[in-house]
Design a protein around this ligand. Structure first.
Ligand SMILES: [Fe+2]
Length: 206
C-alpha cells in the first residue's frame, strides 16, 4: 500500500547543565532519574517517526490503525521532549523575583510577581502534569496554562516561557507527596536570565 517517506532527522538528548546537579531543594538523584525519562521521550520520538516512514497509509482508521496509534503517541513523545527541554534549561539559577523584560511582562499581565507566583503555584497544584507560563501571540499576553500529560493541553500559537513539571516523578524522591514544597523549590531555582534570553529571541514586546 501507499507509504510516504516521513523519516525525519533523529534528534539527540540535550546535555544537562552542570548547575542542575547542585540545586538546593531538588536533589541530584531526582534530576538524574528525571533526565533518564527525558532521554526516553527523545528515543521514542525518533522511533515513532521512523515507524511512520513505513506505515500503511491505506489502512488509516479512526477506531484503530497504526497511523492513529503512532501519531497519537508521537504527540506525547514530542511533548515530553519539548516540556523537559524547557524545564531543564531554565533551572539551575537563583530563583527569586523575575528580572528584566519578563518581569515587566509579568507585572503587566498578572499585576505583580507575587500574583503570578500565586497563580502559577495554584495551576501547578491543580494540574496532573504541567503548568506553563506562556505568551499567547494572538491575545498578546501571558497566561498560566494547565497541562495533565505531555500532550494535554497546549494552546496553539502560545509560546511557553516557564514549564513547571508537577508529575510525581519530578518531586516524589525529595518531597513524597508534598508538591507545594517542591513548587517552592522549583521557583527558587529558576534562571530568569535564561527566560529573558527566550523573551529576546522570540521578540516578545511589551
Ligand atoms: Fe518530567
Amino acid at each position: 500500500m501507499a507509504t510516504l517517506a516521513f523519516n525525519r532527522e533523529e534528534i539527540a538528548a540535550r546535555e544537562l547543565r552542570p548547575e542542575l546537579l547542585e540545586m538546593d531543594g531538588i536533589s541530584r538523584a531526582s534530576v538524574e532519574a528525571h533526565y533518564k525519562l527525558y532521554q526516553g521521550y527523545v528515543a521514542k520520538r525518533n522511533e515513532i517517526l521512523a515507524r511512520l516512514g513505513e506505515v500503511d497509509l491505506g489502512a488509516a482508521n479512526q477506531v484503530y490503525s497504526e497511523v492513529r496509534a503512532l501519531k497519537t503517541d508521537l504527540s506525547f513523545a514530542i511533548g515530553g521532549v519539548k516540556n523537559h527541554e524547557i524545564y531543564f534549561e531554565h533551572l539551575g539559577g537563583g530563583g527569586g523575583a523575575p528580572t528584566g523584560a519578563v518581569a515587566a511582562l509579568i507585572e503587566r499581565d498578572f499585576g505583580s510577581a507575587d500574583a503570578w507566583r500565586a497563580d502559577l503555584t495554584a495551576t501547578g497544584m491543580a494540574a496532573r502534569g504541567w503548568a506553563w507560563t506562556a505568551y499567547d501571540w494572538d491575545e498578546q499576553r501571558l497566561f498560566n496554562y494547565l497541562g495533565d500529560a505531555q500532550n494535554t493541553f497546549p494552546i496553539w500559537n502560545a509560546t511557553p516561557l516557564v514549564a513547571l513539571d508537577v508529575y510525581e516523578h519530578a518531586y516524589f524522591l525529595d518531597y513524597q507527596t508534598d508538591r507545594a514544597s517542591y513548587i517552592d523549590a522549583f521557583l527558587g531555582n529558576l534562571d530568569w536570565g535564561v527566560v529573558n534570553d527566550w523573551v529576546a529571541r522570540y521578540a516578545v514586546e511589551l
